[in-house]
Design a protein around this ligand. Structure first.
Ligand code: UD1
Ligand code: UDP
Length: 377
């Protein structure tokens, strides 16, 4: 039996690994699934585990308040050593581009265990944007044995780096698999009651390169917009990172048209996107979910590794200048045609069957390997 260990640690990794874990669970006669969480995030990870009913076999429980990149990397490498030694999985699956992703791939490599990289091939080609994620995904790309790319564009990125085409599978993004299980027509919540009939702008921000002055400019833009448009309410489920939380409280404390709330459970968050007028964010995953739910997403970053959404017309890169954000949001609030154009439901990220393709590819990889070995014996 093939033994696959999934290792992940933050909220977005958990959301996008959950459908794969569920698929492996459905096929437990063919594949044994072992789950290890680093808990680089704690509360935000646990919320996802609970939603998708995932019980980890191992939990490194590493999160510390205000943790640093090097400490997280070091603790994960050391923590995984004994677990990989004991379990000896045939493959380790990691997702995306966090420090957990990179450190776990490196730990597997040190144990000569092949790595399958989920959501592979995303690139901005700028190591500092997003930081450190672009470097993480490139380094994992060099370690990985199998690459599961969400789109043709990410396949092309890997081919340009001379990766073996036989080891790359275009699967779609597992975020879409997850969305299929969370969004409901009849959804309601207390924060929606607060917003009443207002047009809702859903805000999230947490990227390291936006900490400090850029984030302040984004928040100033939000204050200006709510001043200019009395029919707009902003809901901000704030990331738990203290580097973000403090500033949000300071800048929005006296604005009663902005609600800074705790991070939402993922089902609530997906349904809130669906109920929003538009999304303002620097998140990666939300750039996939917004277009899939037909909502315009204005991305407060200088670069994106998700150009497919920009091409489809539902994402726009607006940077972090206060004036530009106010201009772009105002355009969507004032100009119906532009709003309609951007909210046209275009989904470049797959059909919601990515997990099946990934699990199929893993099984096929080991069957072919076994066949190759028996022929050469
Ligand atoms: C991390 C990832 C980033 C990803 C993001 C998703 C790295 C370097 N960064 O960034 O790529 O986009 O997760 O959200 O891997 N905290 C809590 N409870 C939680 C989660 C975080 O209190 O459940 C606080 C802690 O003080 C923690 C801090 O947030 O030290 C930062 O967490 P960390 O994972 O280092 O960075 P993120 O900004 O969350
Ligand atoms: N999300 C959530 N609750 C929230 C905010 C976001 O469940 O309050 C989900 C969101 O739907 C998406 C993921 O978290 O699937 C994105 O995580 P984040 O923005 O933290 O990380 P990134 O995608 O930028 O790495």
């Amino acid at each position: 039996m093939i033994k696959v260990m999934s290792i992940f640690g933050t909220r977005p990794e958990a959301i996008k690994m959950a459908p794969i874990i569920q698929e492996m669970e459905r096929r437990k006669n063919e594949i044994e699934s072992v789950i290890c969480v680093t808990a680089q995030h704690r509360e935000m990870l646990d919320s996802v585990l609970e939603t998708f009913n995932i019980i980890p076999d191992y939990d490194l429980n590493i999160m510390k308040k205000g943790q640093t990149l090097d400490s997280v990397t070091g603790i994960i490498l050391q923590g995984l050593n004994g677990i990989l030694e004991k379990e000896q999985p045939d493959m380790v699956l990691v997702h995306g581009d966090t420090t957990t992703t990179f450190a776990s791939a490196l730990a597997a490599f040190y144990h000569k265990i092949p790595v399958g990289h989920v959501e592979a091939g995303l690139r901005t080609h700028n190591l500092y944007s997003p930081y450190p994620e672009e470097a993480n995904r490139q380094m994992v790309g060099n370690i990985a044995e199998l690459h599961f790319t969400p789109t043709m564009q990410s396949l092309k990125n890997l081919l340009q780096e001379n990766k073996d085409p036989e080891k790359i599978y275009v699967t779609g993004n597992t975020a879409i698999d997850a969305l299929k299980t969370t969004v409901r027509k009849e959804y309601d919540s207390s924060v929606l009651h607060w917003a009443k009939d207002a047009r809702i702008i859903l805000l999230t921000a947490h990227r390291r390169e936006n900490w400090g002055a850029p984030l302040k400019r984004v928040f100033s833009a939000v204050n200006k917009i709510t001043e200019q448009y009395p029919d707009v309410r902003v809901i901000y489920p704030c990331h738990m990172n203290p580097a973000v939380r403090g500033l949000a409280d300071e800048m929005f404390g006296s604005n009663n048209r902005v609600r800074v709330i705790e991070p939402l459970e993922v089902t609530d968050f997906h349904n809130l996107i669906k109920k929003s007028y538009l999304v303002l964010t620097d998140s990666g995953g939300i750039q996939e979910e917004g277009p899939s739910l037909g909502k315009p997403v204005l991305v407060v970053r200088e670069t994106t590794e998700r150009p497919e959404g920009v091409e489809a017309g539902t994402l726009k890169l607006v940077g972090t200048s206060t004036e530009n954000i106010v201009r772009q949001v105002s355009r969507l609030l004032d100009d119906n045609k532009e709003y309609e154009r951007m909210s046209r439901a275009e989904n470049p990220y797959g059909d919601g069957h990515a997990s099946e393709r990934i699990v199929n590819a893993v099984i096929r990889y080991f069957r072919n390997k076994e066949m190759g070995e028996s022929i050469s014996a």
